[in-house]
Design a protein around this ligand. Structure first.
Ligand code: NI
Length: 273
């Protein structure tokens, strides 16, 4: 149970900007004290390789081999491993922002954490988040992307192509077209020469819709870049119930990752118990 009360509210201008451009940048959604706690929890679960055995921690941008340092470590559902990430002011604010933008039925759907180690964090290539989702559902969700330290172009702040939230899902492929890699990159001709680059202070946030094209550069700084991503949306509907033809995401059908293998073998071990 949480008794936290939101401390942020969007202006009509910010709401209009978001719906016109598909993204928005905000200077603060949490406090210094909460950020310090979150950084500690965040570093702990990455250092402990929390969730690796069940496929919830893996390398987003590499083949995720056991003997190789991850280029872009990611944890799904980080609050499962660090309960102090669950009932935060940041989440309370993120939900309030999502409801201002998507309506009162918006709910928290999914959280993840993407870590760029100092000096060697890989880029997160241009992609639309919906390329990861179920092709037979119709979605309306947004991601609240919060850095736990200041971010700029040099350590991997968010970059967006304004207006791309109006596109359908473009063709994607696994990064480097290697189906052993979990991460996806757009595989269509898109003009990404004029991105909106969004530097932020620690505890600021960018918000973007499920089809907004986005990217983060490699981390060239000598400090780690920590980002926590909270997703909120209205309940998805199936394409069938909306009278839309079926859709296929072939890049998901050919992908085969070490993470899936670990998830599968953990599940079969626990079902045999
Ligand atoms: Ni993304």
């Amino acid at each position: 149970m949480t008794t936290l009360v939101p401390t942020v509210k969007l202006t009509p201008e910010q709401i209009t900007f978001f719906h016109e451009n598909g993204y928005l940048s905000l200077p603060s959604i949490t406090t210094e004290a909460e950020l310090a706690l979150m950084r500690e929890a965040y570093d702990r679960i990455f250092a402990q390789q929390a969730g690796r055995a069940e496929g919830n921690q893996f390398d987003l941008a590499g083949t995720d081999a056991e003997d190789k340092a991850a280029a872009l470590p990611q944890i799904l559902d980080p609050a499962k491993y660090a309960p102090e990430l669950k009932d935060t002011l940041a989440r309370t604010n993120a939900l309030a922002l999502a409801r201002q933008l998507l309506g009162d039925e918006a709910e928290g759907q999914f959280d993840h954490a993407i870590f760029k180690p100092a000096w060697h964090g890989a880029p997160t290539p241009w992609h639309q988040d919906e390329a990861y989702a179920d092709p037979n559902q119709v979605y309306r969700y947004l991601s609240v992307w919060m850095p736990l330290q200041a971010v700029n172009e040099a350590n991997g702040c968010m970059q967006f192509i304004p207006g791309t939230h109006r596109l359908d899902v473009l063709p994607h492929q696994s990064i480097h077209n290697d189906p052993r890699i979990h991460g996806l990159e757009v595989a269509a001709e898109v003009d990404v020469s004029h991105p909106a680059i969004c530097p932020l202070p620690a505890g600021g946030a960018t918000l973007h819709l499920n089809d907004t094209l986005h990217y983060t550069a490699p981390n060239h700084s000598d400090h780690p870049r920590r980002a926590l991503i909270m997703m909120f949306g209205v309940p998805p509907r199936t394409r069938e119930e909306l009278g839309l033809p079926p859709r296929r995401f072939p890049w998901q059908e050919v992908r085969h990752t070490a993470r899936e293998e670990r998830a599968r073998s953990t599940q079969s071990r626990s079902s045999r118990r």
